[in-house]
Write a protein that binds this ligand. Sequence first.
Ligand SMILES: Cc1cc2nc3c(=O)[nH]c(=O)nc-3n(C[C@H](O)[C@H](O)[C@H](O)COP(=O)(O)OP(=O)(O)OC[C@H]3O[C@@H](n4cnc5c(N)ncnc54)[C@H](O)[C@@H]3O)c2cc1C
Length: 391
Amino acid sequence: MSARQPILIAGGGIGGLALALALAKRGHDSIVLERQDGFAPIGAGIQIGPNGMRVLQALGLAEALQPFAGVPEAIVVHAGSSGRVLTRLPLGTWIANRHGAPYWVAHRGDLHRVLLDAVLADPRIAIRTGFDVVAVSEIATGVTVTARSGATETGRALIGADGLWSTVRQSFPGMPAPAFAGATATRTVIPAALAGRLAIPAVGLWLNPQAHVVHYPVRGGSEIAVVVIAREDWQGRAWDAEADAPSLLAHLAPFHSSLTDVLGSVTSWRKWALHRLPPLPIWTNGRVALLGDAAHPMLPYLAQGGALAMEDAIVLADCLCVSAYTSGSLNSYASLRRQRAQRVQAASVRQGRIYRLAPPFSHARDAVFRFVPAALLMARLDWLYDWHPPG
Ligand SMILES: Cc1cc2nc3c(=O)[nH]c(=O)nc-3n(C[C@H](O)[C@H](O)[C@H](O)COP(=O)(O)OP(=O)(O)OC[C@H]3O[C@@H](n4cnc5c(N)ncnc54)[C@H](O)[C@@H]3O)c2cc1C
């Protein structure tokens, strides 16, 4: 099979579509194989730090996303029970000047649609929806994948961008299974006009040992995305399960009324269960490689899941185009990405622990927020946001 044969991409989520676009920019054809029959704007908010924004800029898509994105001025951290502001970590122009790229927030559906529109307009990319990958087999000259329907596709390589529960990952030997992290993320999107104190041009973060709440403007500021991350036993696999409003209100009970007065009247909530995956022993197997959540699912405490998947995409496209030796290119990609992904995974876990601290440790955390200059706290994340795509 020649180097001009298409790359197969299992999964048309954020990472899969970004990869198809990055390959097309380098003159390579791909086929995106997506399990769902169509793409609905499922999800709520997604944050895109300067590292992710650089990928969108490199793909030429930042302008298309701009009308739908929010540019938060700060992360306003609140003590959950009193509502008191502990600190305002600077974003906005501060972070754009510091890192040369902005920090945006958007509805996942808008980010996905901008990527999808670009994919649909690109003659180098084909999409097969309703293609649920169930089997992978390497042949002498490439990889063949089979869908649940019995349909098959063959390509030069297969990239598993099929998310947390990746089927492609399961085709590798000795892979661990995701483990429930003991919490759910329950989300909603509310009109800004009904969002009271939550309708601010910033990311709001409210901390409590049992739960924390994050909100920010999406859809050009007309709506506010809210996510409540709380300890819970529900372990479903769906991204979009219906959440029970009364139990959500129980999670919100310890929070200040300026938050609960707004969220108490919201009736429609969706949730997903948080899972962790230990660092994988391998990311590649011959002509098959993993990308995004399939390789390194992120807990949401640093809001990096989408950005890291896009980082992977642009690095992988670069590696695949540098050499016609496919498995060697995939290995180069893995060695360029593994350490960074593991570092972000570990930092997200630590951040979650800090958010959930209970007294007396939470008093020490809150004192740090109140007395350490906010810019200094943000500078600790320079290593995260100061990532640049190859070239
Ligand atoms: C429906 C949905 C809603 C989400 N909502 C949010 C949100 O509100 N906020 C947030 O921060 N993150 C959300 N996420 C997760 C977020 O998009 C990812 O964590 C992050 O963007 C990493 O992207 P990814 O491309 O690795 O995975 P994803 O964006 O999850 O994409 C994986 C894709 O693979 C497809 N797929 C899975 N299995 C197969 C298979 N066997 N064959 C073919 N295709 C397959 C899935 O349908 C999906 O389209 C959501 C993900 C999904 C799928």
